[in-house]
Every structure is written in structure tokens, then in C-alpha cells.
Design a protein around this ligand. Sequence first.
Ligand SMILES: Cc1ncc(C[n+]2csc(CCOP(=O)(O)OP(=O)(O)O)c2C)c(N)n1
Length: 631
Amino acid sequence: MTLADDFPLLSRINAPADLRTLSRADLAAVAAELRRYLIHTVSGMGGHFASGLGTVELTIALHAVFNTPHDRLVWDVGHQAYPHKVLTGRRDLLRTIKQHDGLAPFPARSESEYDTFGVGHSSTSISAALGMAIGAAARGEHRRVVAVIGDGAMTAGMAFEALNHAGSLNVDLLVVLNDNDMSISNNVGALSNYFAKVLSGKLYASLREGGKKVLRQMPTVWELARRSEEHMKGMILPGTVFEEMGLNYIGPIDGHDLNALLTTLENMRDLKGPQLLHVVTRKGKGYAPAEADPIKWHGPGPFDPVSATIFKEKSTGPTYSKIFGQWLCDMAARDPRIMAVTPAMREGSGLVEFEKKFPERYFDVGIAEQHAVTFAAGLACEGAKPVVAIYSSFLQRGYDQLVHDVALQNLPVVFAIDRAGLVGGDGATHQGSYDLSFLRCIPNMVVMTPSNEDECRQMLFTAQALDAPVAVRYPRGCGPGVPIQDTMHILPLGRGVILREGRSGLALLAFGSLVAAAERIGAELDATVVNMRYVKPIDEALIARVAAKNPYIITLEENVVAGGAGSAVGEVLAALRSSVALHHIGIPDRAIAHGTREDCLADAGLDLAALRAQVHAWWRPARPLMVDVAG
Ligand SMILES: Cc1ncc(C[n+]2csc(CCOP(=O)(O)OP(=O)(O)O)c2C)c(N)n1
């Protein structure tokens, strides 16, 4: 069987221009083939799935109606863009997505001229599209610009900042709101409730049918009717909020009705001013198990499409997310002041159990990292003990709030920072490479780097007992397999531990996930090995002691070298006027692309083999000297 046998139309589409030559009936057939192709391909390698199934018709319609890539199509987040990749010349490469040297997980400017803006983090599309529209107009270029944003991504302040700006400008811009009532888990918040209420209304349903029919035949009449019903619409249709912001609201329309989409987009294509089209879709559309459980099918691993069995990953133990979730439940049972805050990452952050057990102390704030951090600061002001569960890369968005609202006021907020270090398949946008650098420069912060499962639990316990803002940062996946103690105890603040005293004159000062590798390499070289535990406050006394005995020191961390934990060691040594030779190993100063976590570690020079090679390369020239000294 060739691709052409299985997918006769899709196999002939190598660019959106090919779509534009097809009849509507053929486009409908393409939609069916594309959906089958997604199921067929993603089942083989895993990846973002349910969201892409929901955007099949929308993607076809947008590329058929707009003259991409001349017209700019900007996807928000980008996890729903697999159909877009297939239709824009990357069909045969889809099976490589997220893999080392394969297609990028999300749209990326470096990958295709159809990927107009690099994404991964949510809620940027309207800002970027608005900038493009203004930028193109300033150069006298006639381009249409379309942003496609989900109802989940629309919960972020940034999306509203952009709408607020767009509504005040006389700029031609189309925002498509892809509303499936889901974020990764159920969408939250007043806006989401508002849409849901309106969409379930009977009166609205009949209006929608009527509107659609007229719209197909005579858009101008529909437009008139729409205007005359303005005040009624304000009461029953969800557009009011957008209209008040200055956008022309149209919809909702059925996002799986390809004809309706094509007609509406054709009619809207040349409307002047900022427009918002509200499209209602179903996450997982066309694959019943994903429709029934879109959370499970948001980003599955490889699966059997017939039985809908997702193949289990080999696991060596509990993930750090799970250890965190268990600790939080244990802690909340002891202390009623504990509260959990997540910016829309319940599953990924290990909070499913906590929500079930302590629903009144669980807050999913939507994709709103900035609000999550300041909200936690407010909780802390009133004596609660907030724990913000957040991915390292998403905390970047809450940075000012962390500095201004939490740290400067020295409020006791615990940041449980997951996915710190290299994350794998989600690639450059999601690597948690920077947190140690951006956290350790903030006054009052305490920053801990657990090196194993039990240390993570004890550090979290220590964190909540401190009267200060504290970050505990741990990597994606499992630890080295250290058994977890039920009992919890406080670790001494700012103290590291010497794991091995060596005689070679080399000391390895390791942080977090790289401690295990340092132990192995240290044993091979008879080096001193230290688990530093804290990046801040850093153990100055221990560094001084180690430096007195070891003229060669290497720091190891899964964070960028620039300004990271190793730099903290360097600052201490400089203040001591130490003359030790110091070398830093960490993530180099370049974006680390997607692959497995192991691929990413190897790429950054941080897997065991590469670490060993780096240590040897730096240490080898010094070693004969050391033998002389020792002799
Ligand atoms: C700033 C940021 N926070 C969190 C995430 C994680 N995330 C990825 S997709 C997603 C849900 C998006 O929901 P929606 O926009 O409605 O798209 P859908 O999958 O429903 O189509 C979340 C929370 C992210 N990508 N960026």
C-alpha cells in the first residue's frame, strides 16, 4: 500500500495552493483523509493529538481561503498545528515530530515559511499578528493577518492586552477563537462559563441556524440584521465582550462544518478593521476515545488506534511530579493552611489527587502565570501557605510578579518548579534552562536543587517551614531511584553535603540532577564530590573548605552556565581571593532543540558520557601537575 492508495487526495497536497484548486466536495474529502492521517501517524510515535483533530476543518478552510504564506496565519501555542504542518509541505515528515532532528513540536520560523511565528508558550498570537498587520501596512504591503487562539489560551492576560490594543486601532486583523471548552484539562474561569452558558442556550441555537443560512446567501443582509439585533445580542450572544473592546464579532459557527467555515471566512476575508470569528469545535473530533476523554488524549504516547490502548512508557519509579503531588497531599492533611495554585497544569504538575482530596484548597487559575504568582502572594499575606506548582519555562512569564509581589515583600510562597532542566520533546520553548540564573539574583529567595526523590520530598517540607519565598526545582521524569521516606524532616538551610572525599585534588560541586553523574565520575577520578543542595543561600563555608584542599573545582548543573549555580560558586571563590582553577559545566549558551530528554542532555553535553568527557578534557592537562604536588 502506498500513501497514494491510502490517502489519494492528501498525498497530492504539497502546499496550500493545491487546496485552492479543489472543489468543496474534495476539500471535505481532504478533511476526512487528514483526520485519518493524523490518527495513523500520531499513533505511531505519540505527540499532541486531540487538539489537532479539532482543527482539521479550520486549518483546511484557512489555507483554502487565505493566500498563505503571503497572508500570515499565526497559531497560538502550536500544539494544534499538526494539520497545518501536514498541509504545508511537511506531510511525510510528521512522523518525525518532536524527535531529534525531526520536525519541531510547534510552528517554528526556521522550519517553514508557513510558520509565521515561533510558538510553544500560549497566548502570544494576537499580539504577534497585530504587530505583523501594522508592520506590513507600514511597508505598504497588502497582507491579511489571521491569529488562531483557543479558549484556553484566551484565559491569559496577554491575549486581552492584545485585544484591548487591537480594538483601538484601525487595523485589518482577524482573530479566530477556537472554542472547545477545554484547556489541557477543563477550561476554567468566568469567560469560559459565559461561553458555555450561551452556547447551550436554545434561543441562541435557533439564531445560529438562521444566521448561518442567511450568511451563506447574503452576507450584507446578515450584517444589517446583526447590527439591528445588537442590544438583544448583548444579552444572549457571547460577542459583547469583544464588541465592547472594539472588535467586530461574528459567530459562533460550527468549526466542523467546512462549508460554513469556507463561506464565513470568504465573507470576512476583506472586512475592514479588527474582526473576531468565534468557532466552536470539539477536541478529539473524529476519534471517539479522544472525544470522550480529551485530557487523556491531549498528548498521548504511541498507541494502538484500533483498541485505543496507549502504550505505557517504561518507568523506573515515581516521577518528580508524582513525588510532589504526594508530598502536597501529605502536607495538606497536616496543615490546613496549605493551598495549591496551578496555571492550567493540573495533570502535568501532579495535582489530580490533590484536587480530589482538597478541592476547596485547589486553584486552577487558567493559563495565567502572572496572576498565579501574585494570587499566591495575596494568599500568603493572609496567613495561607501557598504552593505554586509551575513548570520552569512557564515561570518565566511570572517573573516580575515573583520579584515585585513575592520576593521584595519576602512573602512565604513555595514554588514547586517542575520540568527544570531539559524536557525533551517539547523542545527549545519548553526547556527549563534558565531558572537557577533568574532566581538566584532575587533578594530573599531560597533556591534548592534536589538530587533524588527523597531529597525532593524533604526539601519541599523544608521549604514550607521557611518564612521566605522558596523555590524547589526538579527535573522532568524520574530520579535515580532513592526510596522515599514517609517521615519528613527539615534540612539545614544553605548546607551542602560532601558525598566523597577524594585525593586527586579535583572537586566536583554538583547541583540537583547532575549529582548522580558527579558521584560516578568522582569515583573514577578519585575526586571529592559535593551535593550542594542549595543554590541560594550557597554553602560558603563548605566551598571554602573544599577549595582549601582541592586546587581544581568543577561545578555541574542542569541550567545554563551563564549566571547559574556555578557562577554562585565562582562569586564565593572570588570573594575569598581563591586561586583554585574553576570550570563550569552546564547548558551551553544556545537553544537546545527537541528530542528525547536523553537526546537533549547529550546535545547539551550533560549525559554521563559527555559529562565524563568534559571533566576529563579539563582535568587531564592538570593531572600530572597534581601527581607532582602529591608526590
Ligand atoms: C504560557 C503557557 N502556559 C501553559 C502552557 C501549557 N499548555 C499548552 S496547551 C494548553 C491548553 C491550551 O488550551 P486551548 O488554547 O484552549 O487549546 P486546545 O488544546 O483546547 O485547542 C496549555 C495550558 C503553555 N503552552 N504556555
